[in-house]
Design a protein around this ligand. Structure first.
Ligand SMILES: [Zn+2]
Length: 372
């Protein structure tokens, strides 16, 4: 927000008479077609600093929005032919106080398209608002990605939505997850777990669009979308792409462990990669890497946790995560792994060790067990 606008906002708050006369300027009975809301938006918590995406699309003539890690939500801007009172069509009309517990939207239309928006969130729940900007390039992809998921399958703890291509695979996935369910829940000491939904998309483009990363690299095939939802590519398609014989079904257990992890930490917490992937590989699936084959270890270069975290290839967390968690489990206890999840990787607090001392001990363990 620029300075003149924030001053204006102040004046609006203090001079309600002025705000009232400005509020009259929008004709709230003029209905903007929903097609004009449709688009891909770059979103952030500060003006002009987007870091994630939102897709607004039509399904059966209704407008839906989806934000990262959230569910698809219906958005009805009009009620009884009038724009809802929580929606403003210009910043000048906004009148909100810090005590307000309502969500408001400021929508800016230009050339018959929603150009940008601000979602004013209750200060009691959020320290910031959301700012969205139309992404012209991606907006043609603002479609309903759930369209093909017309098949449903439910078991005691899981619910599947998928397309025709995966009808043979889904019962096997369900069986595998149910077999592992009780021991995993107990491992993570989760008392109450919501039903976990799995959405399985029929092709790569649709999957990447569904998780709001259109054009993502091909190796991205599944994601724990939320604490109770997994989104993934069809296993039939994944097998064709990877050309591998490996049992891809087991990967779903890996994603489910990510969901369990999310049940233990606060919303919006970003876990360090070595902990996040390490736990999912160790308790879910799979330790792909033969550490003996890693060039950097052969050269005697043992990356610190910080280097693993900053690795630009994102590979080291998959190389070493499994072994870091195995080390903590065997040398300390599984309880310590759980505590580390809850402290979000705080080694000092959880293990009473400096990070440096931890790294030394870990590599001594790795060398003795695997590198000789
Ligand atoms: Zn993972």
């Amino acid at each position: 927000m620029n300075i003149s606008k924030s001053l204006l906002l102040l004046s609006v708050v203090f001079f309600t008479g002025l705000q009232f006369s400005r509020a009259q300027s929008t004709d709230r009975t003029k209905v903007i077609p929903l097609e004009q809301f449709v688009g891909y938006y770059d979103v952030g918590v500060k003006p002009n600093r987007p870091f994630f995406k939102s897709r607004w699309y039509l399904r059966d003539g209704k407008l839906f929005t989806i934000y990262d890690s959230d569910r698809d939500r219906i958005f009805e801007p009009y009620k009884g032919g009038r724009l809802k009172p929580t929606i403003f069509l210009s910043e000048e009309e906004v009148s909100v106080t810090d005590e307000d517990s309502t969500y408001y939207q400021v929508l800016n239309f230009e050339n018959d398209q929603l150009k940008s928006f601000r979602i004013i969130r209750p200060r009691s729940e959020w320290p910031t608002d959301l700012y969205g900007y139309r992404n012209e390039k991606l907006s043609k992809l603002a479609i309903d990605t759930e369209h093909a998921l017309v098949y449903n399958h439910s078991t005691e703890h899981f619910r599947f939505h998928y397309s025709a291509i995966d009808t043979a695979v889904v019962p096997l996935l369900a069986q595998l997850l149910e077999e592992r369910y009780t021991s995993l829940i107990e491992s993570f000491q989760i008392k109450e777990m919501p039903i976990t939904t799995l959405r399985i998309y029929p092709d790569q483009d649709t999957y990447h669009n569904a998780v709001l990363t259109p054009g993502a690299p091909g190796w991205q095939m599944g994601r724990a979308w939320d604490h109770d939802e997994i989104r993934m590519l069809s296993l039939v398609v994944a097998r064709k792409i990877t050309g591998e014989d490996m049992d891809l079904k087991a990967l779903v257990v890996h994603e489910f462990v990510h969901c369990l992890h999310l049940n233990l930490i606060g919303e919006g917490t970003r876990a360090p990669g070595w902990l996040w992937e390490g736990v999912a590989m160790y308790k879910g699936c799979c330790d792909w890497t033969d550490v003996k084959s890693l060039d950097y270890l052969k050269k005697g270069k043992f990356p610190s946790l910080r280097q693993i975290e900053r690795d630009r290839s994102f590979q080291m967390k998959y190389d070493l995560g499994y072994y870091i968690i195995e080390f903590i489990d065997l040398e300390y206890s599984w309880d310590k792994v759980l505590q580390l999840i809850i402290s979000n990787g705080d080694i000092r607090k959880t293990l009473n060790l400096t990070t440096r001392a931890f790294e030394t001990r870990f590599y001594a363990f790795l060398s003795a067990k695997y590198l000789n």
